[in-house]
Design a protein around this ligand. Structure first.
Ligand SMILES: [Fe+2]
Length: 597
């Protein structure tokens, strides 16, 4: 069969200034993934939603391909007529269920929908261009790279295709069968975004901080307010949240003064304000939520919100597993960026195995679209399930590339044949190590190719590192641990917990070991480990092994290599700039060691 090269694409078009968030691309052929990259990493704009021209170029470069090689384009999100039908269907259903009025939103949709046209990148002459439903892309991103051939699939996020909040599906012998969709206007994802905004953080970006903050509060104090806001409807596998829908319908319409920036990144929002000359009045947003929550502490609100979020989604997962008859579960969508929720799911007796797609937010959709399209191409072939072994799918730089950048940086550097040992020595001395090796990770977590490493034994490290990086966090840092020792440190951890290789699930740290590694244990006794197998990342595994020999501790802190509010570094240029800004004491980049002298 003729070689097919598929471009999975999450973005509108290079002719449009309409924006989304997390634009990205994934290149595949019949043998598997060639590259998967989110636009933000190349443009250096966090959660960049512009058409992913730069990520596309970088993906072609990684694959040694040119635009003419692309034979198929698989877009995320279906076409406007289908979306319009869904938008009306779910908006009207929300109105009949709760009385919230969607008319302003529907007017907004009619005005805007033609701007949401999607066109392949310039010079791509693909014969086939297809459009795949947003949540089906999330589902595919969790199913095909995951470990289970027969499994329940659940997706949940803010909203996809402008109306759908999630999907329950069944993955069986390579086929995905959609069983349920949920109403996006009652989305638990939007509920959590509202919580984030109310607590003074940036929705769509800082939800992880709320999860961390929740551990400091009492979930019972304000729980009843959350029950009022969002409920789960068991029989229908759907949610109902009138205030969330009302907020959405009121904020999205373009009446000056009632808009809010909550659905935009700061950069997108600045553009909206500039172009449409709107007047933003913070006090006119979240009015009903303020009335419900203003009498409680921020910690108690975060705790109750997190508890409610967990309770309704756990009930939904139990129903989904019952519906499909499969106790293995794969998940994707922004709601599953919540590591505490994922721990509770993993602990459900109804769920025997859990896989969270490593790029669970919309950044992972391009891979989902490409995988769906590949499956469509291969529909007459015998299905072979090929789980992903890692997500090192981004740009890679040669020793020459790195050295060229070092030479122009005016930093002095040396080369070593014993990189793992050098790293272990620095870590044992208490230094923060910036570690840049191999191809960049796909997804929001640094998984040992673009990481900052440090000793987990130092209780003062979180403060010191947060100061260095200009971060404010309620979560401690996460550990990276040798797989051979993971069971000694994390309760219930088992070798087949694939998600623990991508830092997507928390575990209870073994009680009497918590004091040994204070930098990575949260106030509730949990940690979010990345469990490291040698075959996946031999260099870092060797470094940790040396560190273990010296200290008796088989784990260190692993956090993303970036300054506050920046995407994780991509190139040697980014790494050197971030290092110069004071991110670490030593930079280990390829075979080179750099210190500020
Ligand atoms: Fe999504």
């Amino acid at each position: 069969m003729r070689k097919r090269t598929i471009l999975g694409l999450h973005g509108f078009s290079s002719h449009s200034d309409s924006q989304m968030h997390d634009a990205g691309v994934c290149l595949m052929d019949q043998n598997g993934v060639i590259a998967a990259i989110d636009e933000e990493r190349i443009t250096r704009k966090k959660r960049d939603g512009n058409f992913p021209v730069q990520a596309f170029k970088a993906a072609l470069h990684r694959g040694g391909l040119s635009t003419e090689d692309i034979t198929d384009v698989a877009f995320v999100d279906r076409r406007t007529p289908w979306q319009t039908y869904q938008v009306w269907k779910y908006a009207i259903s929300a109105f009949f269920q709760t009385g919230v009025r969607p008319w302003g939103y529907l007017r907004f949709w009619i005005k805007k929908m033609l701007q949401f046209k999607r066109v392949p990148p310039k010079d791509v002459k693909a014969k086939r261009v297809r459009f795949y439903e947003h949540h089906l892309c999330h589902a595919a991103s969790a199913y095909y790279p995951g470990p289970f051939i027969d499994t329940t699939i659940v997706t949940l996020d803010g909203m996809g295709d402008f109306s759908i909040g999630g999907m329950v599906a069944k993955g069986e012998s390579g086929q995905i069968k959609v069983l349920r969709r949920s109403n996006g206007y009652f989305s638990p994802g939007h509920f959590y975004m509202i919580l984030t905004e109310y607590l003074g953080f940036v929705p769509g970006r800082h939800e992880g901080k709320i999860t961390g903050l929740a551990a400091y509060g009492d979930p019972r104090v304000a729980y009843h307010t959350m029950q009022e806001i969002i409920r789960y409807k068991s029989g229908e596998l759907d949610f109902i949240a009138p205030l969330v829908a009302k907020e959405f319908f009121s904020v999205i319409r373009s009446t000056p003064g009632t808009r809010t920036k909550q659905w935009y990144s700061q950069q997108q929002w600045d553009e909206v304000v500039r172009k449409q000359k709107i007047r933003y009045q913070e006090e006119k947003t979240l009015i009903e939520f303020r009335e419900l929550w203003d009498n409680y502490s921020k910690e108690d609100i975060a705790a109750a919100g997190q508890a409610r979020f967990e309770d309704i989604i756990l009930a939904h997962i139990k129903d989904a597993v019952k519906l499909t008859g499969f106790s293995n579960l794969v998940v994707a969508g922004g709601c599953f960026a919540n590591v505490k929720l994922n721990q509770k799911i993993r602990e459900l007796p109804e769920v025997s195995g859990l896989y969270v797609h490593p790029n669970m937010c919309d950044g992972g959709l391009a891979a989902g679209a490409a995988l769906l399209h590949l499956q469509a191409i291969n529909k007459n072939k015998v299905y072979e399930h090929k789980p992903w072994e890692d997500v090192y799918l981004g740009p890679e730089f040669s020793e020459d590339d790195i050295e060229k950048e070092l030479k122009s940086s005016s930093l002095s550097y040396s080369k070593s044949e014993e990189i793992p040992k050098v790293a272990a020595d620095a870590l044992a001395k208490g230094e923060v190590v910036a570690w840049f090796q191999g191809s960049m990770e796909y997804g929001p977590r640094a998984l040992g190719h673009r990481s900052l490493l440090a000793a987990a034994t130092d209780a003062n490290l979180p403060d010191r590192l947060n100061r260095k990086l200009g971060r404010t966090e309620f979560m401690p840092f996460a550990p990276i641990v040798l797989i051979e020792h993971a069971h000694e440190w994390f309760e219930d951890w088992a070798f087949d917990h694939v998600s623990s290789r991508y830092m997507t699930v928390t575990y209870d740290v073994v009680r009497d070991r918590r004091e040994e590694i204070p930098a990575v244990v949260h106030v509730d006794g949990t940690a979010r480990p990345q469990v490291l197998e040698r075959g996946i990342n031999p260099l870092l595994h060797d470094a940790l092994s040396h560190y273990y020999t010296r200290t008796g501790i088989p784990l260190v802190v692993n956090t993303s290599f970036n300054m506050h509010e920046e995407p994780i570094v991509c190139s040697p240029f980014d790494a050197i700039r971030t290092f110069k800004n004071g991110a670490a004491d030593v930079l280990i980049i390829g075979p080179f060691i750099v210190r500020i002298t």
